[in-house]
Write a protein that binds this ligand. Structure first.
Ligand code: NAP
Length: 270
């Protein structure tokens, strides 16, 4: 599909009244080759969703209703895992491509949805982090981890985030461990006087989640070797940080088939 202002990609945003969904919906509405066709949220506003230029699009409380009334090419989902799995399936069954930022789904179910996308000749892009700086952090961390023996991840998010660790932190741990080919050294704590202080653990990588007001999405990966550490830190200081990656995925999705996990392939990092 070659989108133009005369033939834009129709985009529906699930979670349109949420933190990220609102930002994405406004961003879609600003682009000439994209058209915001509607939104879904738990409570649909009677007045619809109003964009910066004053125009409004209708919102619904379920995706099938929206898909039945508005020509949609791609859905973008920033909701919660239990909603995302229903929304993505509905989109794929309606012949609509999907871009998913929602975290908390098991990888096995993402793969299953990818198979449905492939069977229906559709693209499904699922990324634990759409901020390009986060994608680059995860990419270089895989290289660094091969040369270091210790690794801890500390992620920081707003206090209302419902899942932990963040999708980015978990995916980072999985990818860094896989690239290294063996577990990192994680010396067991003999006496933990406060249970959970050492965080979660994957492949010898301890993962810690901080939840505080004022945070958006931040992560530090700290590598340790003999007498030295290397820290990589990434900060998303506003939900705008996710916009370039989401728009890239929306434009790519109609050309893709099956699951694309992460933005690496779209950025030529693989
Ligand atoms: P949020 O502000 O809570 O927004 C989620 C929105 O989805 C809310 O308006 C929520 O309504 C709505 N919702 C819940 N169930 C729904 C359903 N069944 N159908 C439609 N809408 C529904 O959260 P957020 O900060 O925007 O984050 C949303 C998700 O994106 C989270 O999983 C977060 O971890 C993830 N995220 C991913 C990235 C990335 O780059 N991949 C970046 C940031 C966030 P209620 O408030 O009424 O429940």
């Amino acid at each position: 599909m070659s989108a133009t202002s005369a033939n834009p990609i129709g985009v529906a945003v699930c979670g349109i009244y949420g933190r990220v969904g609102t930002t994405v919906a406004h961003a879609v509405a600003r682009e000439d080759d994209l058209a915001l066709v509607g939104g879904v949220d738990v409570i649909a506003s009677a007045g619809g969703f109003t964009t910066a230029d004053g125009s409004t699009v209708a919102t619904d409380t379920d995706l099938p209703t929206l898909l039945a009334r508005a020509k949609t090419d791609v859905i973008v989902d920033f909701t919660r895992a239990d909603a995302a799995r229903v929304n993505v399936r509905a989109a794929l069954e309606h012949g609509v491509h999907a871009v998913v930022g929602t975290t908390g789904m098991e990888f096995s179910e993402i793969e299953e949805l990818g198979e449905l996308a492939a069977a229906n000749g559709l693209g499904l892009v699922v990324a634990p982090n759409f901020a390009l700086t986060a994608v680059l952090m995860m990419h270089v961390s895989k290289l660094i981890g091969k040369h270091m023996d210790y690794c801890d991840i500390v992620e920081y998010h707003h206090e209302r985030k419902i899942d932990a660790p963040s999708g980015t932190a978990l995916q980072s741990a999985i990818d860094i461990r896989e690239a290294r080919g063996s577990d990192f050294i994680s010396v067991p704590t003999e006496k933990e006087t406060l249970v959970g202080t050492r965080g979660g653990e994957h492949g010898g990588i301890n993962v810690h989640a901080v939840r505080l007001p004022g945070m958006v999405a931040h992560q530090q990966i700290v590598f340790g070797g003999l007498g030295q550490t290397l820290t990589i830190r990434q900060d998303s200081t506003s939900t705008e940080s996710f916009v370039p990656g989401v728009l890239m995925a929306v434009r790519a999705a109609p050309e893709l088939r099956g699951l694309t996990h992460g933005l690496d392939a779209l950025l030529g990092l693989e």
